[in-house]
Design a protein around this ligand. Structure first.
Ligand SMILES: Nc1ncnc2c1ncn2[C@@H]1O[C@H](COP(=O)(O)OP(=O)(O)O)[C@@H](O)[C@H]1O
Ligand SMILES: [Mg+2]
Length: 252
């Protein structure tokens, strides 16, 4: 499609013999927020992880089909998965800062790349924390442990850590489901601001959240992509009965 940044064709994924993704065709557009909804166990997290090869880390996984990122097959043996995961970063449900200072969390990826310039570190720390709307909260305690922060602040630091390595795509797996409504609101506003620079793909079990912030919504059911369209269309006038039943709360 015209402005595709990443997409899959006939993507199947098996955990042992269990087929968790049953042939997913999906084309994700650059600069959009794409939400993934569906009942627990339908394959949302599995699909998200397949977009930056995080499933490679799980034993006994078999994947067929393709995932194209900027016209390259990420499952080709030539892919450097460490590089790939910098370009396609991931944020998880539970904030998972490293047990170091806030500052060290943010520069972790740069240090891995071999960067040593203290000025560069300072600059990236400030820019990333500002972009993740958490600078004001932490600027006076950058050298305190990230674990001393609230859950919402930790999650924003984790997002800043992803931003610090300059990604193209940010994958978010239920990033606010462990947070209170105020922290959730802050993260939603931040994601809307980040939309200017990044493509985001977000799993959420919160349908209001999907309708508030996403451009497109994908509805998954039992390993299938049932419907994928503009968020307004999915919520106001879905094509498929299963989508309608799910969003009207008949199951899930
Ligand atoms: N590491 C794993 N090993 C085996 N089965 C898994 C693993 N992760 C997920 N599954 C199974 O794959 C299916 C899809 O799971 P998941 O992608 O986590 O769904 P969702 O994120 O939509 O809740 C479920 O049946 C789940 O039990
Ligand atoms: Mg999940």
């Amino acid at each position: 499609m015209a402005n595709e940044i990443i997409g899959s064709t006939d993507l199947h994924l098996y955990y042992g013999k269990k087929e968790a993704l049953k042939g997913i065709d999906m084309s994700i557009q650059a600069g959009e927020i794409t939400a993934m909804i569906g009942p627990s166990g339908c394959g949302k997290s599995t699909y998200l992880r397949s977009l930056n090869r995080m499933n490679d880390l799980i034993p006994d996984v078999t994947i067929t089909g393709s995932v194209m990122y900027k016209n390259k097959d990420i499952y080709s043996p030539a892919t450097d998965t460490v590089e790939l995961r910098k370009e396609i970063g991931m944020v998880f449900q539970q904030p998972n800062p490293f047990p170091f200072s806030i500052y060290e969390n943010i520069i972790y990826g740069l240090k891995l790349k071999g960067e040593k310039d203290k000025q560069k570190f300072d600059q990236v720390v400030e820019e990333s924390l500002k972009a993740a709307s958490v600078w004001e909260d932490v600027k006076d305690k950058l050298h305190k442990s990230a674990l001393s922060l609230s859950g919402g602040q930790q999650q924003r630091v984790c997002i800043a850590r992803v931003l610090a390595v300059n990604p193209e795509i940010i994958l978010l797996d239920e990033p606010t489901s462990a947070l209170d409504p105020v922290s959730t609101g802050k993260i939603e506003n931040m994601l809307l601001e980040l939309k200017e620079k990044y493509t985001m793909i977000m799993v959420t079990h919160n349908m209001q959240q999907a309708s508030r912030i996403s451009d497109k919504t994908a509805f998954f059911l039992e390993g299938n992509l049932i419907e994928f369209n503009d968020t307004k269309k999915i919520f106001l006038n879905p094509e498929k009965k299963e989508t309608e039943d799910y969003i009207s709360g008949k199951f899930g």
